[in-house]
Design a protein around this ligand. Sequence first.
Ligand code: B12
Ligand code: SF4
Length: 448
Amino acid sequence: MSGIALISTPSQDYYFPAPSIFFLKGALEKHNISSTCFDLNHKFMSKFKEDGLLWCQTGKEFKPEFDEFILEYYNTHLKNFKNLCLSVFTYNSQNFTRRFLELIRPLTSAKIIIGGAGIESQSGVAKNFDNVFFDKEMLDKNLVDVVIKNEGDISLPNYFKNIPYNFNQLDDISDIAYSNFDDISFDDYVSKTVFINGSRGCVRRCTFCDIGHYWKKYRFRPGNKIAEELIYHYEKYGVTNFAFSDSLVNGNMKEFRLFCSILAKKNLPVEWEGQFIFRNGTTEKDWDNIQMSGCKRIWIGIESGSEKIRNDMDKKFTNKALYDSIENAGKRNIKMNFLLLVGYPTETLNEYEETLELLRKSKKYKNLIRVYVNPAMILPNTPMERMDWYDTMDNWKFINDEGEINFKERYRRWFETNKLAMDIGHKIKPDYNEQKTMLDMKLKELYG
Ligand code: B12
Ligand code: SF4
């Protein structure tokens, strides 16, 4: 039997290499431990597309072909490995991972190790604060040997070096490894994109987000080191497209400014995108630098057009910052993905209307904007989990001054916001139809 297989699990985007396994390979290599990456997510999702996504995300519409695929993949690629390390990207990878392990566990004596953000949650659980999270479920069913939490780039090498591995988080991430893509060909992917990790954690603690649970402290790399890594991948693999896995690329403005100014001076044919927060105090000079560094798109968790609702969420940026930033990005031709949440517990109809107004006011830049709408949901390990809602976590309800916000109302606002976005001419989520199928199913299940 040979060494270590690093395996991505669906569902994740599959147009580009699934970031975590290649990053973990680079991290192991730094400790002279060799490993092989298997982008199983890419193979499964390219083959089964919407059918695969529906099953992964809902556990419904299972097809026998999924089992055949898993067994064939295991026999062709994985059966000779002593250690199978599965990366569970989000809770949307749990259905696949469970089935994969049920099938292959009886066939192998390899150690099975799981990690990733998806192991510490469980979709569809009741409000009893006694949730069995996915990692525990897998251990209880004896489907895995080892669960590794936290920063896998340190804990996984530690595990293989036989030293304590489930530890508190690093204080300093300046010198983390670079991803290693030697096991794949970028030509197999629709988009030759490399993910860069410039910071971990977040400077905010929004009520609906569980980032503060995974990454307790906010840590960042110096801007010059981030720029150096990007240039390294450009020179080694010829990749010109970069995405940041940071919760916010501009969490630390000083390092972000340094990164942008280095790349702006280098003038390479590279482009990057990342999650961004609109903030008071971003100057015209900052926006020029952002543009010249190759920024092609920013993903902005705007969440709501209402400043009051953003404050309720602890998002904390003003309407002035919101509209000034849209104007600054728009006039520099920087694309914007608006991430919106409708039906937040305290959202009144007037405040919801402000979100619709945001779409109308941004019409001028409709060619640059893509709107991602989600009905508000409650994740475990978030401040919102402790709010005063009732029923299950999946089907929570909340009574505000105007009555009950239930799933039906959240669905209505979700549908209406998407429709308005389309009528205005904004682009919407590429997988809107899949999301609608899933939400329709849920609506039917709850209300007949
Ligand atoms: C980029 C990103 C996306 C992108 C691209 C995702 C992709 N690759 O397909 C987009 C925007 C498409 C996206 C979508 C979603 N995302 Co997302 N995403 C992220 C983000 C910002 C970065 C992820 C990343 O690439 N990190 C870089 C890699 C290197 O790190 P990593 O994957 O976390 O891996 C580290 C550890 O987890 C660990 N590890 C990982 N695997 C393994 C395996 C082993 C064996 C070991 C030991 C360790 C280990 O080690 C790594 C290095 O330290 C994170 C938040 C964050 N800052 O981490 C959210 C995050 C992962 N996403 C999240 C969610 C909820 C989603 C969505 C479900 C949102 C939605 N409602 O639609 C979808 C799911 C998509 C799908 N198809 O199912 C949650 C997951 C929460 C959870 N508990 O499940 C996160 C944590 C954000 C949050 N707090 O809400 N996402
Ligand atoms: S929603 Fe975005 S800004 Fe808010 S805590 Fe999560 S990652 Fe940070």
